[in-house]
Ligand binder design. Sequence first.
Ligand code: NDP
Length: 277
Amino acid sequence: GNPLISMTNRYCVFGNPIGDSKSPAIHTRFAQQTGEEIVYEARLAPIDGFAAAVRDFIALGGRGANVTVPFKEEAFRLCDRHTPRALQAGAVNTLIFAGDGITGDNTDGAGLVQDLNTNLGTVIAGRRVLLLGAGGAARGALGPLLAEKPALLVVANRTAAKAEALAEHFAADGPVDGCGFTALAGRHFDLVINATSASLGGEVLPLPAGCYAPGALAYDMMYGKGDTAFLAAARAAGVTRLADGLGMLVEQAAEAFFVWRGVRPVTQPVLEALRQP
Ligand code: NDP
């Protein structure tokens, strides 16, 4: 092949769909800022062809990849080895390709905590945290959130049994409980994180009135133009501190860039550029 192409440090994000991904723009800005010579593209993987798409990309000289919906669990199974945080999450959003196989990492939870701590100035330690959802995103967030030592962490999910199982799985890592939405009545939280995909369909979660303590932050992992359905409902309930998941997206990307390149990009200007209409 072309020696120039094979010498390029190639990275990509795999997903389906992938057309709207902001990851190429984020990593290209990181590369410009740090002087790292990488090329990063979005690659559509067929729903039944993820493993083949990864193999093709490795054959093209790929050094690493991000993985998004719906392949994070399949990516976990594909890896030859995992970092501790990927093992804890049971899902992989970052692949590292080396001569001796594929390593899987998960930077989503670290990205969430970094966004909360640094970009939003939110202290998690000692606070009451409500995590909504029990899918891959919630699972990835639990370990890093508990490591921040909240006073308590409640996982609530439409299918209560999934939240209970998740809480049980993480019981050794901190004070965590699982339940359905109705069991939240009469409870108050300082930080409410939406890790469900309900906002995707514009659906509002049946949260009891008063679950937001005074001064609480409502955080949606989803993002888009204007308020998501979850944030609009929180605003209508009187919540004034609101954040969407764009900061998390940029921070998980920065963590992946660091894993691959050993250089930590500055995220603030990249986040600001993405927020421009
Ligand atoms: P999963 O499909 O694994 O999980 C979906 C979760 O949402 C389940 O808990 C499910 O509940 C719940 N849910 C779906 N629809 C509804 C509804 N109508 N009402 C109530 N609950 C509902 O998805 P992920 O965990 O992978 O992703 C969740 C969200 O997080 C997505 O919107 C994704 O875009 C976002 N995300 C953002 C990231 C970022 O960087 N900003 C990173 C990762 C994810 P049940 O178990 O009852 O079916």
